[in-house]
Design a protein around this ligand. Structure first.
Ligand code: ATP
Ligand code: FE
Length: 335
């Protein structure tokens, strides 16, 4: 079954066609990230306006590249939550119009479930149950994926998301947006032991907190400035990257150990981080667990992941009527 996926929850306008939840046939995107970079982060109204302009062409391109006609599609899957609400609504309304005119089922997809489904496209053999760290711009969850449509959140951030911390530290260091890749690049020539940064204390065995870590970087930058000095950007980037990836890896591996999980996964934009991937590879080996990493191009927002998850939502009977609304926030375990 071919599913057309639509994703517009942040600054990327995305459409893709996926066969049977596993085979990627096309994956198209028009990004407003370069324009957003001028403002140091995502301006919601700009994101919505760019989605409106681009969505028809991106969807057309996805169908053309896949060589699929609209009437061959089994359903239209769309991110309906969570995300910037004005941005979400553009994709959602487009998907509704398409589903209505082509008389196809409308399949609502939770954005974080989509991030996890990127793993199915990379690893055809991966099946739930597994343990997954979802670390992105707005979320940091440790989730037990019980089956394709049932999720249990074991831990989460109590303040900033991991990607958000990368973005804020990048801004503090003058590295631009999006911050994750920029910090990572700067860290390549830095010494990760140069600035010993704190591991914030947090209640709950699998919860994380990154607000204090971000503030520690800001304080060191300000302190140096007051003395008429500057921090070494490469060293600070490396020190921050080391600390945050160490915390994420430690929590995920602890959860794996406690739950006896033999399949460990990561998903979301931060899953592209090289040091996180390396640290987890070593940790999983020690635990005797298998680590599954999403393909780099599928870590950040894309519609292939939405189409993949859409296939499993459809199979579970989770379709929606044309009164489906978008939501800015919604737990991954909503259903
Ligand atoms: P959410 O998925 O929570 O709604 P989002 O869709 O904005 O948020 P994603 O697109 O999944 O987030 O991920 C983007 C985030 O990932 C950004 O915060 C970005 O800085 C971060 N990121 C991207 N690449 C890397 C990297 N190599 N290292 C660390 N962080 C990264
Ligand atoms: Fe995302």
């Amino acid at each position: 079954m071919y599913i057309l996926g639509i994703e517009s929850s942040c600054d990327d306008t995305c459409a893709a066609v996926v066969k049977d939840g596993r085979e990627l046939l096309s994956n198209c995107v028009a990004s407003s990230a370069a324009e957003q970079n001028l403002y140091g982060g995502v301006v919601p109204e700009i994101a919505s306006r760019r989605h409106i302009e681009h969505i028809s062409q991106v969807a057309r391109a996805a169908l053309d590249e896949a060589g699929t006609a609209l009437d061959e599609i089994g359903g239209v899957a769309v991110t309906f939550a969570p995300g910037l609400i004005g941005a979400v609504l553009v994709g959602l309304n487009f998907a509704k119009g398409l589903a209505l005119s082509a008389q196809k089922p409308l399949i609502p997809v939770h954005h974080l479930r989509g991030h996890i489904a990127a793993l199915y496209l990379t690893h055809p053999e991966l099946e739930p149950p597994f343990l997954c760290l979802v670390a992105s711009g707005g979320h940091s969850h440790i989730v037990r994926v019980q089956d394709y449509t049932h999720f249990e959140v074991l831990g989460r951030t109590v303040d900033d998301a991991a990607g958000e911390a990368f973005d804020k530290v990048a801004r503090t260091l003058g590295l631009g947006y999006p911050g994750g890749p920029a910090v990572s690049r700067a860290a390549q020539t830095g010494d990760s032991k140069a600035y010993p940064l704190p591991t914030p204390h947090v209640e709950g065995p699998y919860n994380v907190s990154f607000s204090g870590l971000k503030t520690a970087v800001l304080n060191l930058v300000n302190k140096a400035q007051m003395k008429g000095e500057r921090v070494n950007v490469a060293d600070m980037a490396a020190s921050f990257q080391f600390r945050i990836t160490d915390i994420l890896a430690e929590k995920l591996l602890l959860a794996a150990q406690d739950t006896g999980a033999k399949q460990i996964c990561i998903a979301g934009g931060v899953a592209a981080n090289g040091l996180l991937r390396e640290t987890l590879a070593a940790g999983a080996k020690k635990l005797g667990a298998r680590l599954y990493l999403p393909e780099l191009q599928l870590c950040g927002d894309n519609a292939a992941m939405v189409a993949a998850q859409g296939f499993y939502e459809y199979r579970a009977g989770n379709t929606a009527g044309l009164n489906l609304n978008g939501l800015a926030t919604l737990g991954i375990d909503y259903l």
